[in-house]
Design a protein around this ligand. Sequence first.
Ligand code: PHE
Length: 438
Amino acid sequence: MTTTSRDSFTGKFGVIAAAAGSAVGLGNIWRFPYVVGENGGGAFLLVYILFIFAIGIPVMVSELLIGRRSQKNVFGAFRTLAPDKPFFMIVGIMGVGAAFMILAFYSVVAGWTLEYTYMAIGDNLLDKSSAELSAFFESFSESTAGPIGWMVLFMTLTAGIVIGGVKKGIERYTKILMPILFVIIVVLCINSAMLPGAGEGFAFLFKPDFSKVTGSVILEALGQAFFSLSIGMGVIATYGSYIQKKENLLNTAISVSIADTLIAVLAGVAIFPAVFAFGINPSAGPGLVFETLPNVFNQMSGGYLFSVAFFLLLVIAALTSSVSLLEVVVAYFSEELKMNRKLATVIAASVITGLGVVCVIYDKVFTFFDKTSSNVLLPLGGIFIAIFVGWVLGKAKTKDELEAHGGKARLVGFLMIILKVIAPIAIGIVFLNGIGLL
Ligand code: PHE
């Protein structure tokens, strides 16, 4: 990288690893299965995959190029690229707001993951029956001291990494650890598939029942796609600003999206056969993964080691995502409000921790933050990002940025049609229909 003041990622795998580190997290392994379960399974999955490719990848490319072209945080990016259109700073405002909301409940769930890691290490998960596991999750998640303690620990870790700086902080962990998590999930899939009654889980996940598709199901699929890809709020734009010119942004977006979707689907394959085999309700909600997977560890050889490794790596996957969320706020505070980076991190992390406490105590706030961020803020951010690149930045600059790596940009015309027309209209319709206004 030529500038000295901004951190950057080191190479191809570094970029993909960091963006994938943001994308792959609790969204894939905790949120995806629980939302699939609540929305009827197979048909939801199909709609979800359609959204990833038709809307998610184009919006991700847009964010990457907004960040790289401007070399700024989300606010500064829009101001730099279109100084005469202050309206688009709304994306920055919504993005920072979304980061606060998401991190608040995300760190609570990450706290649950820490508790499960602790339980797994102490070998306190494997001796429980399915009913006991569900009861344990319920009483734990409804208590306050434990969840708050773990959440605070998680936010402290997140802030520590962000203070340490982007490159050293994020890249190093993601590169080695995410492939290991992937292997563990594959092993879980195999074990889950061999459970008696697994077929029902496969049918739930892969046999679409279109009678289950309603407006709100479609909006949930869109929201989950945005959430899982980390798009619609500036995380990917902020990371884009750290990407070197020699990287190919379209390929980066495609690789990250495919990796993210693969991990989500594999998490589904690991979880749903077990859900049915152990008689758990697929629409059990946010506890689904925690109530289901320990049963699988129980049944398999090497369950102890796998359970410890799985929950530990899940914590790390959550960390590489939470770091990217906090980075949006910190880049904004430090570059726009000219705050010292350390102070910015401490302030942001403290406020978010406070909101996290509220999420632990009030279930309703947790759910409100969870649903509003994914189903409202991210899709709306996505509309503005698509419109910005499609109509304001325009084809010539988009092409130029996509070709900055020295190669020929493919599919620019097609991308422009999606960004100008298809994505804004489709997201708009899905959104209005999903909230019952259309
Ligand atoms: N994509 C992350 C995950 O799946 C969560 C996230 C959402 C991160 C939005 C950044 C922005 O866990």
